[in-house]
Ligand binder design. Sequence first.
Ligand SMILES: Cc1cc2nc3c(=O)[nH]c(=O)nc-3n(C[C@H](O)[C@H](O)[C@H](O)COP(=O)(O)OP(=O)(O)OC[C@H]3O[C@@H](n4cnc5c(N)ncnc54)[C@H](O)[C@@H]3O)c2cc1C
Length: 230
Amino acid sequence: MDFDLTEEQKIIQDTAARFARRELEPVAAELDRTKDRSILLRNLKKLAELGFMGLNVSPEYGGTGAGMVAFSLAMTQLGRACASTAATTSVTNMVAEVIQAAGTEEQCRRYLPPLCSGEYPAGSFALTEHGAGSDPAAMRTAAVWNKDHWVLDGNKLFITSGEFAGIFVVWAVTDRQAPKGRGISAFLVEPDFQGFIVGKDEEKMGQNGSSTNEIILDHCRVPQENLLGE
Ligand SMILES: Cc1cc2nc3c(=O)[nH]c(=O)nc-3n(C[C@H](O)[C@H](O)[C@H](O)COP(=O)(O)OP(=O)(O)OC[C@H]3O[C@@H](n4cnc5c(N)ncnc54)[C@H](O)[C@@H]3O)c2cc1C
C-alpha cells in the first residue's frame, strides 16, 4: 500500500502550514484573549479564498475537490496555530459536506457556492441539546408540518459559529411515533428565518476565539424546499 502524499496533498499541507505561520500565529493569542471576532472573520475569508472551506466538495459547487486526506492535513496545520480558526473551518467544511452528501441538486447549487467562497463567513451544524449531546437520539427539538411550511421548536446548545454563520443544518424530530433514533430530519435554516434566535455565546476554558452559541427555535418557519434532501 502506498502511504505517500500526492503532490496536491503536499501543496495543500504546505499552504496551510504557511498560512498558519504567517496569518494565524501572530494573532492567535490576541484572538483568544480578546474574543475579537473581526480577527477570526478576516482569516476565515482568506481561508475561503484559498479554497479551504470546501476541501472535500466538488468544484462543480465551488469546492476544491481535494478529498478527506487533504482536509485532515490542512486542519492539522491550522490547529497547530489557532484552535478557534481550525474548529470554525472544520465545522464549515462539515456543513458543506453534509449538504453535498444529502442535499438536492437545487440545495447544493443554492448553498454550497456561498459557503465555499466565503460569502457566508461560516456554516453551522445544530445537533446538540440539553440532555442530547453524546446521545443525539434523545433530542427534543421538533418540526411540525403546517399547511405549506415546517415549524421548528426547541433549543440547541454549543453551536459553533452560531453568531455569524450564513447557513445552519438544524436537526429535529419529524415523526414522534418513530422508534428512538429514527424519525429525525435535517433542515437548512437561514439566520433571518422568522423565529430563529441566536442565544448567548458560552464562556469557555479555551478556543475563546470561536463562537459557541445557544440557538432558540421559536416557531421557526422553514419552507418545504429547505428540508435537507427533499
Ligand atoms: C467548543 C464546543 C463546540 C461545539 N460545537 C458544536 C456544534 O457546532 N454543533 C453541535 O451540534 N454540537 C457542538 N458541540 C457539542 C458537542 O458535540 C457535545 O458537547 C458532545 O456531543 C458531548 O455532549 P455533552 O456535552 O452533552 O456531554 P454528555 O453527553 O453529557 O457527556 C458527558 C461525558 O459523559 C460521557 N458519557 C456520555 N454518555 C455515556 C455513556 N453512555 N457511557 C459512558 N460515558 C458516557 C461522555 O463521553 C462525556 O465524557 C460543541 C461542544 C463544544 C465544547
